[in-house]
Ligand binder design. Structure first.
Ligand code: ZN
Ligand code: ZN
Length: 536
């Protein structure tokens, strides 16, 4: 926390200045909204004679719902009618808190503000102040906006005033630890982000010119498509390098979900560094993403995917980044448009999480990808779906694994822990290649735009990283596909693309209970009430 009182009134800025009582408003906001988790709210009252904001009421009953604040309307109206109006104080809006990184009013905030302006014709504008509370080590900040009747947001400058409405000139000595304070007990600091700081910060983060990064690859990808693409990663451990490769390719929106923290043993297997030990894995990856491209928009969720219900997941898949100010959702950098395409990726060894990824793809008709390292990294597998080109869902492809899971409680015990780093990198290369194909599908990019159609229904991909994989793992498909032609030259480190048909009930096998087995992955929409539950 910055331990000083900033005095924006002394700064040379072009922003409109609003006089605000320090004791009855600014310090109270700091003590209430500013010290509690988002989302909290309150309301502001202005003295219509002097144009000074003199009154503040905290909405103590507001419950931090996931999406919006639910103000206790009756109590607040009582305050306005019984206390404020008789004293010439007019309601003019209020502060509410957002998670760190979400400094601007969301489009929901603006809509709600417009409704208030419609209802209160005497108001020229509404104050919507965004407060970043001082919790979890974050710095307390206030971003004061006003909303006018045309829907324009304006960042204003708050000038703290005393009881006589005189601007308070900060004196650094008042806050020095070494000199006795004349103010009695040390008061909590009031930190007001100056408009100039906010503007330069958002400029600095949102409009960094990174075009030089791509001069050698501007034909390799459809960069505009990738910049508007979103990747959701369920698990960011073993798949970390794939995430970073996609950022280097130009993908700019990432949702990272992983409950784990970086451990020492991850250094040998997951591309992390010693100084990241103990850091949440999502936080470590987020830092790397921003090192690659400061314009990247990333939401890092240190939680299990089971903690995210379907309504929340739907928002993570489709909502514009700037509209994800949910508690704990730190949406950074604002993009007002939804992503052009979202791919959900299971980057975890957890079978349940991989299975949920399949249902997420089916429910929202989005492309998905999952991968699995085989024992000792002797081979690996990728499965993917795109409702436009593949006919079998992951469950159809891996039906024997599902059966083992349901009947015998199958748990994957292989994982990346027994694999050499070269096997992990081999898999990461193919994963990011497939993600490029999924993200570019439907564009006219000469290489990737039509690749998914070319691959067709071959959505089980196996990599052989051991020339004797038939003997070592019993995986004979490579010998069947490649082995009979030539006995002098050999193939390995090769990839076989296996066509997959849906489980439609023939050959004594059950109809796939997730996609329905009719070969149309679009048609499973709405089938899952809750994608966290696996149909038997
Ligand atoms: Zn808001
Ligand atoms: Zn299926």
């Amino acid at each position: 926390m910055i331990d000083s009182v900033l005095t924006p009134s002394l700064r040379k800025t072009n922003c409109r200045q609003i006089l605000v009582r320090e004791d009855s408003v600014l310090r109270k906001i700091h003590k209430t909204i500013g010290s509690k988790r988002p989302e909290q709210s309150g309301m502001l009252g202005i003295n219509s004679e002097t144009d000074v904001i003199t009154h503040y009421a905290f909405d103590e009953t507001s419950k931090g719902t996931t999406v919006s604040n639910m103000p206790d309307v009756k109590r607040l109206n009582d305050i306005i009618n019984d206390d404020w109006k008789p004293n010439g104080i007019q309601y003019i809006g209020g502060p509410h808190s957002h998670p760190p990184g979400v400094h601007r009013p969301s489009s929901g905030d603006r809509e709600y503000g417009q409704q208030i302006l419609e209802a209160k014709r005497s108001l020229e504008e509404l104050h919507i102040w965004i407060v970043i509370p001082a919790v979890d080590g974050h710095t307390y900040e206030v971003f004061p906006y006003t909303l006018d009747r045309e829907g324009n947001l304006e960042l204003v400058e708050l000038v703290p005033v005393d009881e006589n409405d005189q601007p308070i000139i900060a004196d650094a000595h008042d806050h020095s630890q070494s000199e006795p304070s004349t103010l009695g007990p040390k008061r909590p600091p009031v930190v007001i982000q100056s408009p100039a700081d906010v503007l330069s910060e958002s400029r600095g983060r949102a409009i960094v010119d990174i075009s030089g990064q791509y001069i050698r690859v501007h034909e390799a990808y459809d960069l505009a498509r990738l910049a508007a693409s979103r990747l959701v990663f369920i698990g960011v451990g073993g798949i970390r390098d794939t995430v970073l490769y996609c950022a280097r390719a130009g993908v700019q929106e990432f949702i990272l979900i992983d409950p784990d923290v970086v451990s020492e043993s991850n250094i040998a297997t997951q591309g992390v560094y010693r100084d990241e030990i103990g850091l949440p894995k999502v936080e470590a990856v987020k830092r790397e993403l921003i090192r690659i491209n400061p314009n990247i928009r990333v939401v890092a969720l240190q939680q299990s995917v089971d903690e995210i219900d379907d309504p929340a997941f739907q928002r993570l898949l489709h909502d514009p980044m700037m509209e994800l100010p949910l508690p704990g959702f730190g949406g950074d950098i604002y993009r007002e448009l939804p992503p052009s395409v979202t791919v959900s990726v299971a980057g975890t060894d957890s079978f349940e999480a991989q299975a949920r990824n399949n249902r997420i793809g089916l429910k929202w008709e989005i492309p998905t990808l999952a991968s699995q390292m085989y024992e000792r990294g002797l081979g690996a597998e990728i499965t993917f779906t795109h409702p436009d080109t593949t006919r079998a869902c992951h469950r159809c492809v891996l039906w024997t694994r599902y059966r083992a899971f349901l009947k015998e409680g199958f748990q994957n015990t292989v994982g990346s822990s027994s694999a050499p780093i070269c096997a992990t990198q081999r898999l990461a290369g193919l994963e990011s290649f497939m993600l490029m194909a999924l993200l570019h599908h439907g564009t006219n990019h000469p290489r990737f735009g039509g690749l998914l159609r070319r691959i067709g229904n071959r959505n089980l991909i196996q990599i052989r990283m051991d020339p004797d994989i038939a003997a070592s793992l019993g995986l004979k498909v490579f010998d069947r596909v490649f082995g009979t032609v030539d006995h002098d030259r050999s193939l390995f480190d090769d990839v076989v693309w296996l066509p997959q048909e849906p489980e439609d009930g023939i050959k004594d096998r059950p109809i796939c209970p997730e996609c329905g087995g009719n070969g149309d992955l679009h048609s499973a929409l709405g089938k899952f009430e809750d994608t966290r539950e696996m149909p038997k």
